[in-house]
Design a protein around this ligand. Structure first.
Ligand code: ADP
Ligand code: MG
Length: 590
């Protein structure tokens, strides 16, 4: 990772040779105050600052300042710092393929000075006075010296004053402020060993202690409550690279347990070698680890640091360096998914946190296994077989918290089961609960390689719409993994030879078409986990199905065995709990 906190012997600022400058991703670096702040904060970090102070006024459009206590710029080089493609960080074209600093293009100060008035004050610790440079209308019109503490301060005023067309593209001060704050927060999270302070219109909005504790930095940004719930992630993957080298990806950070989530993706920050990045693929890798655990429309939180050897990442693909390219993208993707998944699974998955009393401590794995008894639930006319099989594998992970024994008392509205829990009463949504049970069984069967399949005595031709057929072709792998055996015909129809055991009993052609429609409607055309969730949904008892007491018991027993009993695979809750205490209070007994 970029080592911001250790000032190294600093090479002088030089103009990049034209052939290197030509290879730098071209584009507008300065679009808005947030992009200026980002560049200045990166300069501060590259300078080894331990403290970075950001202040903005009027959304940063009127005025902004970034001050650091880093290595400073020698007086003789101050004017050079404003030259385009002048940098102390890159020497040759070769360096461009192994960038170790946040900046490397030598463009930022030049671009900022072209868009606004700049006042730079800088003093290396060894020098007696600070050098001062004043840039107006894109030209340095004053160089001098002044008294100042070691470090660098850059003040920028009147952004785009001379470029009214650009200025019109800026949004209201409030929204520019939000963008600046978000940018600074990302760096505060990425560099917990650096103390960040930020002021908006003289008001302090952020202050991190620089202690090096990531959780403390997270607490300063997102609040103590969320920070204390986060799970540590750590993992590393290696593989043979294609150039005889070793492909390597390390993943560290903090992520939320499944019951901590947010309505937007903004509370999840990704870093690659110390740089905040935007990556749909990696965001997806994190979200995949929560499939079946978060309610719909909710997103995981946390921060994920990816560290790869500097020559396995290309940071020169995007003008503002927000996107990067990994040489071994799949390895990085799987390393992120595995690290997050491991933490999430180990944490157990109490879904929406149940009131104390319902969730009991883990049981011994032995006791668990002994409870896998063959049971059959036969709800209503559309009979669906539920198998408890030997295929239900115990994962080799610490057991998460499970449900205590629930005693079936009856069914309400042909939709909910009423059950007695050790500490109160539970209402269980029969469809959601059954979905959860089937989902975990399908996943376990798949993990053990034992696909639960129901071969058909006579093959059935399923006439499909073009859209269904296209989806079936695209999802051929997951359909097969779940137990469908399908053969193509000349047209859109498919020949069905077997269906997943969980779907046995219905009309196979309808089952397939229905399954495909549900898969199409599920949020993302995604991997096998979502396919399994869709299958479970299709196979589960519906609201409105009458269940007799034996069927109710069997469903509750099966739910107790689940890894994540409190939510259905789509994240909806499976149950509602009324504690004895809540009941007593409601009836005025307490
Ligand atoms: P880059 O960061 O890509 O090198 P910049 O235009 O941002 O380009 O900065 C030009 C040069 O000015 C840097 O290479 C660095 O040597 C010097 N510099 C800029 N800001 C600072 C700072 N806060 N502290 C020390 N040196 C700085
Ligand atoms: Mg820079």
């Amino acid at each position: 990772m970029v080592n911001a906190a250790t000032p190294t012997t600093r090479p002088p600022i030089r103009l990049l040779p034209p052939e290197v400058a030509a290879r730098i991703a071209a584009g507008e670096v300065i679009e808005r105050p947030a992009s200026i702040v980002k560049e200045l904060v990166e300069n501060a970090l590259d300078a080894g600052a331990r403290t970075v102070e950001v202040a903005i006024w009027g959304g940063g459009i009127d005025r902004l300042r970034v001050r650091d206590d880093g290595c400073g710029i020698p007086a003789a080089e101050v004017a050079d710092a404003f030259e385009r493609h002048a940098t102390s960080k890159l020497r040759s074209e070769h360096d461009l393929f192994a960038v170790r600093t946040l900046g490397f293009r030598g463009e930022a100060l030049a671009a900022i000075a072209a868009a606004a008035d700049v006042d730079l004050t800088t003093r290396p610790a060894g020098e007696a006075a600070a050098a001062v440079a004043r840039s107006r209308d894109g030209r340095i019109d004053h160089l001098g010296s002044a008294g100042a503490a070691p470090g660098t301060s850059v003040e920028v005023r009147e952004l785009f004053a001379a470029l009214p067309a650009r200025r019109r593209f800026l949004r209201a001060a409030a929204s520019e402020t939000r963008a600046v704050v978000q940018a600074v927060e990302a760096y505060a999270l990425a560099y917990p060993a650096v103390a960040f302070r930020m002021q908006v219109d003289e008001r302090r909005v952020l202050s991190t202690d620089g202690s090096g504790d990531v959780r403390a930095a997270f607490a300063a940004v997102h609040g103590e409550a969320m920070a204390s719930a986060l799970l540590q992630i750590a993992g590393e993957r290696t593989a043979a690279g294609d150039g005889g080298d070793e492909a390597r990806a390390r993943v560290d950070g903090l992520v939320g347990p499944p019951h901590v989530h947010r309505a937007s993706r903004r509370t999840l920050t990704l870093f690659a070698n110390g740089r905040a990045i935007v990556s749909r693929a990696l965001t997806h890798a994190v979200e995949e680890a929560y499939v079946g655990l978060l309610p719909g429309g909710r997103y995981p939180v946390g921060l994920v640091h990816i560290t790869v050897p500097p020559d396995q990442i290309d940071v020169n693909v995007h003008p503002t360096k927000a996107e990067v390219r990994f040489r071994y993208e799949r390895l990085v993707y799987s390393a992120v998914g595995a690290a997050v998944r491991a933490a999430v699974v180990q944490a157990g998955t109490p879904g929406a946190p149940l009131p104390a009393g319902l969730v009991t401590p883990s049981r011994a794995p032995g006791a668990q296994a002994a409870m896998h008894v063959a049971t059959t639930v036969t709800p209503g006319a559309d009979a669906v077989a539920v198998r408890h099989g030997a295929a239900t594998q115990q994962p080799a992970l610490p057991l998460p918290e499970r449900l205590p024994a629930l005693r079936a008392l009856g069914q309400f509205d042909s939709t909910y089961l009423v059950a007695e829990a050790p500490d109160g009463l539970c209402l269980v949504d029969q469809h959601a609960a059954h979905e959860r049970v089937l989902y975990e069984r399908i996943c376990a069967a798949r993990a053990s390689g034992a696909v639960e399949q129901q071969p058909l005595l006579a093959a059935v031709v399923a006439p499909l719409t073009a859209a269904q057929a296209a989806l079936a072709a695209e999802q051929a792998g997951s359909l097969e993994a779940l137990g469908f055996v399908l053969e193509p015909t000349d047209g859109a129809a498919l020949i069905v030879r077997a269906v997943p055991a969980a779907l046995a009993g219905g009309d196979p052609a309808r089952v397939l078409a229905d399954y495909l429609d549900r898969l199409a409607a599920s949020e993302e055309a995604a991997g096998i986990d979502r396919a399994a969730a869709t299958l479970a949904c299709r196979a589960a008892v519906m609201a409105g199905d009458r269940l007799d007491i034996e069927q109710q018991r069997a469903l509750l027993r099966a739910l107790e065995q689940c890894e994540a009993p409190q939510t259905c695979p789509h994240g909806r809750p499976t149950m509602l709990h009324l504690s004895n205490e809540a009941l007593a209070r409601s009836f005025g007994r307490r």
